[in-house]
Design a protein around this ligand. Structure first.
Ligand SMILES: [Zn+2]
Ligand SMILES: [Zn+2]
Length: 358
């Protein structure tokens, strides 16, 4: 039976309080009982079913995001079902994944669809939100999320897969920045979660050959996600071979490698998370100019790209299940956090399940 707008789905009693991971201050967190958020205008209350921890959460916890105010509920990679909503396009009961950037909708960048570059970043009163960064996120039983951040999950996409909505969009956007054409040789540097999504998406988009460059034991585990796996120490043999290079390692060394691996006339997409104070030294300007290279920065997932990535996920063209190495109920958040941040047992991604028992 369909529920009326703004009325919870049948059987979905909304408790007055809920459990949430709370970053209480720099380098301090706790699982707490807090008031259940209420969805405002243009928001939906989402019951969270699957929610991942990300390396960016560690940066937020360390106080490296000035726009994040403590106490803060983190979580920006999650999926769940709508419990209340005033928007008939996202009624109670709909299963949704979340992308994290919500623009003000009216600034020049938002009008171009580049809401990831919104000129009103952090100004909640303009409508801007960065889910899990400037507003509370999904490492909790419930989250109040702007409708603009929601994507309906296709029928065959599970909550666990749907938690990848944002990451898949980030990876797909980088490939689109690189204007990948069918049959081309793509090199992906950085076998982290997003790099591994990019490698698989490159295949799904028709790349001729996909080479994954990285370090460590993790490479063996994800060998099937590319045609070829190369240790970063042996990267010199790939010099000048790639039509498109996508970098998701986030270091200056990886960016230098990325530029060196592109063929003349090729495209280099730098998408790894970086920060102020990281400079790109030791790159030959001649290699760029005389190589006629396109060197492109790629930030996040604008223009609804996450929605298109979900369609590829629904077609079974991307395996994200293998990338989740550990699962925990929400009450074991501390174990989950340590497992992820200390890379215990070869952890790639760690997923919390707020609705899974106690
Ligand atoms: Zn993340
Ligand atoms: Zn804007």
């Amino acid at each position: 039976m369909k529920s009326a707008l703004g009325v919870p789905a049948r059987g979905a009693e909304i408790p007055a309080t809920m459990r949430a991971v709370v970053f209480t201050g720099p380098n301090a967190f706790a699982l707490r009982e807090v008031p259940t958020p209420q969805a405002g205008a243009r928001e939906a209350l989402v019951r969270v079913h699957a929610s991942m921890v990300c390396a960016t959460d560690a940066k937020i916890l360390a106080g490296k995001f000035p726009a994040t105010r403590f106490p803060h509920v983190p979580g920006h990679e999650f999926a769940g079902d709508v419990v209340t909503s005033m928007d008939e396009r996202f009624p109670a009961g709909m299963r949704v994944g979340v992308e994290v950037h919500v623009g003000c909708g009216t600034c020049e960048r938002c009008r171009e669809g580049m809401y990831t570059l919104c000129l009103n970043y952090g100004k909640r009163e303009t409508g801007h939100a960065h889910v899990g960064f400037t507003i509370d996120g999904g490492l909790a039983d419930y989250a109040a999320i702007p409708i603009a951040a929601l994507h309906r999950l296709p029928e065959h996409v599970t909550f666990d897969q749907g938690a990848w909505t944002d990451n898949l969009g980030v990876a797909l956007w980088a490939l689109e920045r690189g204007r990948l054409a069918a049959g081309e040789h793509v090199v992906v540097i950085g076998p982290g979660a997003i790099g591994l999504c990019a490698a698989q998406l490159a295949r799904a988009l028709g790349a001729g050959r996909v080479t994954l460059v990285g370090r460590g034991k993790r490479l063996a585990r994800v060998r099937d996600m590319a045609d070829e796996v190369v240790d970063a120490a042996d990267v010199a043999r790939l010099r000048g071979t790639a039509d498109v290079v996508v970098e998701f390692a986030g270091t200056a060394e990886a960016a230098r490698d990325a530029i060196a691996l592109a063929r003349r006339g090729g495209r280099v997409v730098l998408g790894g998370a970086t920060g102020d104070g990281v400079d790109l030294l030791g790159v030959s300007l001649s290699a760029i100019v005389r190589g006629n290279l396109d060197i492109l920065g790629s930030l996040a997932n604008p223009k609804g790209v996450s929605g298109r990535a979900l369609e590829l996920l629904a077609q079974g063209k991307i395996d994200v299940t293998t990338l989740v190495t550990h699962h925990f109920p929400l009450k074991r958040f501390e174990d989950a956090w340590r497992t992820f941040t200390e890379r215990r047992d070869g952890a790639i991604r760690v997923m919390l399940h707020p609705q899974a028992g106690t």
